[in-house]
Design a protein around this ligand. Structure first.
Ligand SMILES: NC(=O)c1ccc[n+]([C@@H]2O[C@H](COP(=O)([O-])OP(=O)(O)OC[C@H]3O[C@@H](n4cnc5c(N)ncnc54)[C@H](O)[C@@H]3O)[C@@H](O)[C@H]2O)c1
Length: 397
């Protein structure tokens, strides 16, 4: 493989492929858009034209055989992640796979096995919230012990999915393609963040329902997780709300911290959230302030500041706001390509990315059986494969 800019191939020209393409366009020194593949040739061609890929194709295998592609973004639905990311690794490509690692644990473990067999290729999973400056500041406070021992936490993700989302014919929030509904499709981001701060989960319990949305899997879930550290975390996840809320809170022995964003329409993006800190004692408040300054969550870099000013101006002048490439997937894609260039470990290696799928599988098992479920989940454990036994679900896998 030659040095950067790396030839980029994208598999799956759906909604999320555009964020990969946009991020790469913002990184001309690291990335060069070569090919986009989709079973639907028209979709692939549309993305090619919009973002300037050299070719569009319906033949993924032929794309993976090209020498001018070094890095592959897997942007299909989760039921195909293990197969397509596996094919790309076997073709000698570095792989950036969309979240989740896969739609169930058997596929996660199959993909981890393939990645282990190809240590020369990097496999990382897109959890772009990890690159958010406010989240990084929160994580640093936890890692440094500034909040004291984490006792409790909460994750809230509530949004409203409009009718159009379910009418695009893509079986949104289905067991077969996504491995679940609100939790697996959206809440998995927050589950991933929790695993970076609270470590391994020990047990969990949940209840779920499909209240109003035309989905096969749940549109709402509530539950709790106890981590091995003893910390207790509650979760609430729904796509039936009337505004969008994102909230991750850590309550420590000495102080608490809350990462939060709310907006109308789609869920808030990382750059739209804020971090707030609370401590009862004056000494702890001063330590938090010092930590916050050290982590720079509020010192805005010039490009971010410019983007915020532009967004406010666009809002006032009622003009559409085009987000800069430093938002959304930009920082995550950049970190991945730098890791490829410099031989660093993957930003989100597959074993780390498996943790959130494992917790999700356990929560689904609990919601189905009404029992509290213990972790870890390994092959042969009830709930290891959390997908329903329906023949239609089995057929697509
Ligand atoms: N990181 C995030 O915030 C975020 C947000 C949305 C979606 N996602 C993830 O992105 C992935 C894709 O979601 P989406 O909403 O873009 O899906 P989508 O259904 O809009 O697009 C998937 C595309 O893959 C194509 N495809 C299917 N099988 C294929 C194959 N064998 N070879 C090539 N192309 C194939 C389909 O034709 C479709 O165009 C999912 O894993 C989802 O979880 C991540």
């Amino acid at each position: 493989m030659s040095g950067p800019p790396y030839g980029i191939g994208v598999i799956g020209a759906g909604d999320i492929s555009r964020l990969h393409a946009l991020a790469c366009r913002g990184l001309p020194g690291l990335a060069k858009l070569v090919a986009v593949a989709d079973l639907d040739g028209e979709r692939a061609e549309q993305v090619r034209r919009q973002h300037g890929f050299e070719i569009a194709t319906t033949d993924t295998a032929a794309m993976l055989a090209r020498d001018d592609i070094d890095v592959v973004s897997v942007c299909t639905r989760p039921n195909l992640h293990a197969r397509l990311a596996g094919m790309a690794l076997e073709a000698g490509k570095h792989v950036l796979c969309e979240k989740p690692l896969a739609h169930n644990l058997p596929d996660c473990d199959a993909l981890i096995e393939t990645a282990d067999a190809h240590p020369e290729a990097l496999l990382s999973v897109v959890y772009q919230w990890r690159n958010d400056r406010h989240f990084q500041a929160l994580r640093a406070l936890v890692d440094r012990g500034d909040l004291g021992r984490p006792l409790m936490g909460s994750m809230v993700v509530r949004t409203n999915r409009g009718a159009a989302y379910y009418q695009d014919g893509a079986a949104r929030e289905s067991w077969a393609l996504d491995g679940g509904g609100a939790l697996m499709v959206i809440g998995i981001h927050q589950l991933d963040l929790l695993t970076t701060m609270f470590g391994e989960a020990a047990e969990c319990s949940a209840r779920m329902d499909t209240f109003t949305k035309p989905t096969e899997a749940e549109d709402s879930m509530a539950g709790w997780i106890r981590f091995k550290s003893g910390a207790l975390v509650t979760l609430a996840c729904s796509v039936c709300d009337h505004e969008s809320n994102f909230d991750v809170t850590v309550l420590g022995e000495r102080a608490s911290a809350r990462l939060n964003g709310a907006r109308r329409g789609r869920p808030p993006a990382p750059q739209e959230c804020r971090l707030t800190l609370h401590a009862a004692s004056r000494g702890d408040r001063m330590a938090l302030r010092a930590g916050r300054l050290a982590d720079l969550p509020h010192r805005l870099s010039a490009p971010i500041l410019r983007s915020r000013v532009r967004r406010t101006a666009d809002r006032l002048l009622r003009r559409p706001f085009v987000p800069p490439t430093s938002w959304w997937h930009g920082p995550m894609v950049e970190e991945f390509l730098v890791a490829v260039r410099d031989g660093h470990p993957a930003p989100v290696p597959p074993r780390q990315a498996r943790r959130s799928v494992e917790i999700a599988a356990a929560l689904y098992q609990s919601a189905r059986t009404g029992e509290t479920v213990s972790l870890p989940l390994r092959q042969g454990d009830p709930g290891y494969d959390h997908l329903p036994e329906a023949p239609a679900v089995r057929a697509v896998r």
